[in-house]
Design a protein around this ligand. Structure first.
Ligand code: SF4
Ligand code: SF4
Ligand code: SF4
Length: 305
């Protein structure tokens, strides 16, 4: 196997040829922030927060899409890099509803973490703000596109769910957003509620309806289990608060197959300590119904009569 040796923050690092500067730096124990980078779908280079300084380079390249080269001299935290990261964070915050005090993602949010790390308290950039409707039409997943930082991780992971590709980027420029086909609600789309998109979202744009308002992230305990509804053996996390099961969370890509709707629904029914109410889709909206209606018994009774 051919290797390359480069210098990162004054330390010689040897990695297999083809390794990115990001992976070389992370492997050597250096920190580089990322929003859009997903090890399961590498090589995106969209958010630019992972920029580094490379001696002799004209600009600050994104380390996730720059291959390590022999003799390369890399600085991951130089003054120019710090300045660039602060500016990127300020640009994101300029168009972000910073309601961390009530946001479900607070405590597990990369935007919040990086703003803290790089001491970005507010934004010097003004201008228009996005004002999208909150979408909680899907019984499992909520979407707040006002908090979306357009990292594209949900889009890439959804494209990889068999026969899906439910969401993609739509519109242009300032109006760019992650959207379903025809910009419909998630309930009206072909979404199978696998929740993989939720598991990869680095901010509070995507969340679990079942967990909303129930706990802060640091109060949650997660236990990895295997779905037993079929022989695919998908992994999922059982989420508890104070020992009580309050929901089921999907694994990120690379951690396990996505849950199908049967698995998700079955697991929530099987493990949830609070009895769930059955929902049915009527006129493109999920409404609460009785168990006899959900199981089709009402219809059978009518026909028998
Ligand atoms: S997504 Fe993150 S930064 Fe935005 S409000 Fe929620 S916790 Fe705060
Ligand atoms: S839940 Fe699954 S199918 Fe639905 S949008 Fe997210 S990744 Fe796609
Ligand atoms: S919804 Fe989340 S994962 Fe999807 S693009 Fe926006 S920030 Fe990224």
């Amino acid at each position: 196997m051919s290797t390359v040796t480069l210098t990162i923050n004054g330390q010689e690092v040897t990695v297999p040829a083809g390794t990115t500067v990001l992976d070389a730096a992370l492997g050597a124990g250096f920190f580089i922030p990322t929003f859009c980078h997903d090890p399961a779908y590498p090589g995106y280079g969209g958010c630019r927060i992972c920029v580094v300084e490379i001696k002799g380079a004209r600009n600050l390249p994104a380390s996730c899409v720059t291959a390590a080269a022999p003799g390369m001299v890399v600085e991951t935290d130089s003054p120019a890099v710090m300045e660039a990261r602060k500016t990127i964070l300020e640009l994101m915050l300029a168009n972000h509803p910073v309601d961390c005090m009530t946001c479900e993602k607070s405590g597990d949010c990369r935007l919040q973490d990086y703003a803290f790390r790089y001491e970005v308290k507010s934004s010097n950039f003004g201008g228009a703000k996005k004002e999208y409707d909150f979408d909680d039409s899907n019984p499992y997943i909520s979407r707040d596109m006002n908090k979306c930082i357009l990292c594209g991780k949900c889009v890439r992971t959804c494209q990889d769910v068999e026969d899906r590709g439910v969401i993609s980027f739509a519109y242009r420029g300032f109006k760019t957003k992650v959207s379903t086909a025809m910009d419909s609600s998630l309930a009206a789309s072909a979404c199978v509620s696998c929740s993989r998109c939720v598991s990869v979202c680095p901010v509070g744009a995507l969340g679990y309806n079942s967990l909303t308002g129930k706990a802060r992230v640091w109060e949650l305990d997660k236990e990895q289990l295997t779905c037993t509804w079929c022989d695919a053996g998908c992994l999922f996390d059982l989420v508890r608060k104070d020992g009580k099961v309050i929901g089921v969370a999907a694994k990120a890509p690379g951690e396990g197959r996505p849950l199908c709707l049967k698995g998700r629904l079955g697991l929530e029914l099987r493990y949830n300590d609070e009895p769930l109410k059955p929902m049915m889709k009527k006129d493109d909206e999920f409404v609460e119904v009785s168990w006899t209606e959900a199981l089709g018994l009402d219809e059978i009774m009518e026909k028998l009569k």
